[in-house]
Design a protein around this ligand. Structure first.
Ligand code: ADP
Ligand code: MG
Length: 608
């Protein structure tokens, strides 16, 4: 009962990143560490400790973070419960690594996209429609990353909640399609900013997946449609609050503070439970997220921190912020709408009436072809499982195809941790990975290589090495060969009887290239499908185009009906004429017969 309620609450987690090679070189100490699975403790003052729902040490993979701090939000959103996942922390603490990730370690956004399509595949009883938008808030200005012309967008409110006016929403058809749209949005962000690093650390990006679903089948007219939003947010660096307290007031910093500070206030007021006024309207970020935060959705706050001593004060601030958020209680509720305005209903209704039309006009060849193709293109926008209800394929959930990986950044684009082209290898003893990260704190030298991690000496630790594929020490688990060969992230159920190993193992680019090639061949068929989908997409990019097509089609149908009516009139007239002609002919025949009888009679009388 209690744990049920807790599940529905805001979940607050802390994620440590490893010390970077540079931090190690500079001799940085560990200032904070994960003391077990729920506590963060200060190294110098052990009495200073904070407890959270979950704490992830520096060796924990994003996959594991996803499974434990994000998956319930994503699956809730697929069932109609709003969800929001934040990455909060100072610049360089690992927010973007956690949310976006890279080819070797896909982040929560690509993992959520894969998961969403997998859930669709596992839910044959419902059909889904997914739309995606990608926004940025910079200096309290909302910009559309999917539309270069979408600047200074306004936030409005209707009875469904707050929304961004004029935001571009793309209907998405596959994981690769969704990732390609995000990649294009990122590109747009790069083009728009002159100082990208500064810009990206000072802006919030908000990726929103709008999910509609309804039961499959014919008699669904009265059934409600589930509508929900999944917001995945890479927040601006939280360090600017420090700039503010030290009196440095730059416009950008102040604005970032406005959104981040308001988020902090909103969250702490919510956690208070008694506060009457919650100042959602004080910042664009909180206003935009009002519906998701105000008691109807699931929220996961992932606070990223570095263990390093030089950032100790900022880490402390992050820990305090996270602690405020801990007590929020949110009752999850499904959003049911029975609104003909919902896009999925609109499409379903159009498909149904077009099918009826098609049935009526079955003998009108041309119209039939046009209608058929129209029905097909509309049907393709609605996503349905291709499986029977009992089939499951857990392996596909997190494995990324080459086509999909192509849209994720290559590892090392952001060079602040791995700028030295150093490979990090992590191997761990079974089960020891998060028991006590304190053991990780001592950087060691071994054969000229720096070792920063590892629960005991036999593990080999996390090492920087020039050998890309070291031999795994005995009695340890390395996923190097298996995992990187497939370049995939297997699901928990794949790991047979062993507990899941939370390891991240990196191998050289050659091995990966080889595996990519293999994967490439395997996926040939799938690529063709994707190409076909892309082509379909270029034909049907926007909902507007669909509407125009539908209008044109309706006109065509009306014209055909009109000409059919004319033909029928003509046909009737011809039929009447032919009946009349028949009458004339039979009258003439009668007359002829009479005349010939008379001739015979006269002949018999000998007149002729
Ligand atoms: P932020 O977005 O918070 O500014 P980044 O995600 O860009 O920080 O992280 C800074 C650097 O640290 C990047 O090079 C990133 O790859 C690396 N990094 C962050 N978190 C981790 C992690 N958990 N494991 C390995 N590398 C990480
Ligand atoms: Mg970032």
């Amino acid at each position: 009962m209690n744990s049920e309620r807790l599940k529905e609450n805001v979940s607050v987690t802390i994620r440590f990143r490893p010390l970077s090679p540079r931090e190690i070189r500079q001799g940085e100490e560990i200032a904070w560490y994960a003391n077990g699975e729920t506590i963060v403790r200060n190294e110098n003052t052990p009495s200073i400790a904070f407890a959270y729902d979950q704490v992830f040490g520096p060796t924990i993979t994003t996959r594991h973070v996803y499974d434990n701090a994000a998956q319930h939000v994503v699956s809730g959103a697929m069932e109609g419960i709003n969800g929001t996942i934040f990455a909060y922390g100072v610049t360089s603490s690992g927010k973007t690594h956690t949310m976006h990730g890279n080819q070797r370690s896909p982040g929560i956004i690509p993992l959520a996209i894969k998961d969403a399509f997998c859930i669709i595949q596992e839910t044959p009883s419902r059909e889904f429609l997914l739309r995606l938008s990608y926004l940025e808030i910079y200096n309290e200005v909302v910009n559309d990353l999917l539309n270069p012309a979408g600047h200074h967008l306004r936030i409005r409110e209707d009875n469904q909640g707050t929304f961004v006016e004029g935001v571009k929403q793309e209907v998405v058809l596959s994981p690769a399609h969704a990732l390609s749209i995000i990649a294009a949005g990122e590109e747009q962000r790069h083009v728009a900013s002159t100082k990208l690093n500064l810009h990206s650390s000072r802006s919030h990006t908000i990726f929103t997946l709008t999910i509609e679903s309804s039961p499959c089948g014919e008699n669904i007219e009265g059934e409600a449609v589930n509508l929900s939003q999944l917001n995945l947010i890479d927040l601006a660096g939280s360090e600017s609050s420090k700039a503010e307290t030290t009196g440095i007031r730059r416009k950008e910093g102040a604005y970032i503070n406005k959104s981040l500070l308001t988020l902090g206030t909103v969250i702490s007021k919510l956690s208070d439970g008694r506060a009457a006024h919650i100042p959602y309207r004080d910042s664009k970020l909180t206003r935009l997220l009002q519906s998701s935060l105000s008691g109807h959705g699931r929220v996961s706050l992932i606070c990223t921190v570095t263990p390093s001593s030089s950032n100790s004060e900022e880490t402390h601030n992050t820990l305090k912020f996270a602690h405020h958020a801990k007590h929020i209680e949110i009752q999850a509720a499904q959003n049911k709408i029975n609104d003909e305005k919902s896009l999925i209903k609109t499409y379903q209704n159009q498909i149904r009436s077009l099918k009826e039309e098609l049935h009526r006009l079955e003998h009108e060849g041309e119209a039939k072809d046009a209608l058929l193709s129209q029905i097909q293109s509309l049907t393709r926008l609605i996503l349905v499982s291709t499986k029977s209800p009992h089939q499951t394929d857990p392996g596909s959930r997190y494995s990324f195809m080459e086509e999909e990986l192509a849209y994720l950044p290559k590892r090392g684009r952001n060079l602040s941790l791995d700028h030295e082209n150093i490979q990090l290898h992590v191997t761990l003893n079974e089960g020891s990975h998060i028991k006590d990260d304190k053991k990780i704190k001592k950087p060691q030298k071994r054969d000229g290589l720096t070792l920063t991690s590892g629960s005991d000496k036999s593990s080999g630790g996390m090492s920087t090495t020039s050998n890309p594929t070291p031999t795994p020490p005995a009695n340890t688990h390395t996923l190097a060969i298996v995992e990187s060969r497939r370049l995939s992230y297997s699901s928990p159920s794949e790991s047979t009887s062993e507990p899941l190993q939370h390891v991240e193992v990196l191998t050289d680019s050659e091995a990966i290239q080889e595996q990519l090639n293999e994967k490439n061949i395997e996926c040939k068929g799938l690529e063709e499908t994707i190409t076909a989908l892309k082509q379909l997409l270029s034909e049907n990019t926007t909902i507007k185009a669909q509407a125009v097509e539908i209008e044109q089609l309706k006109e065509k149908v009306a014209k055909i009906r009109e000409s059919k009516e004319q033909l029928e009139i003509e046909n009737k007239r011809l039929r009447e004429e032919s009946a009349y002609a028949n009458e004339l002919a039979s009258a003439a025949a009668n007359e002829l017969k009479m005349m010939s009888e008379q001739v015979v009679k006269l002949m018999n009388q000998g007149v002729v």
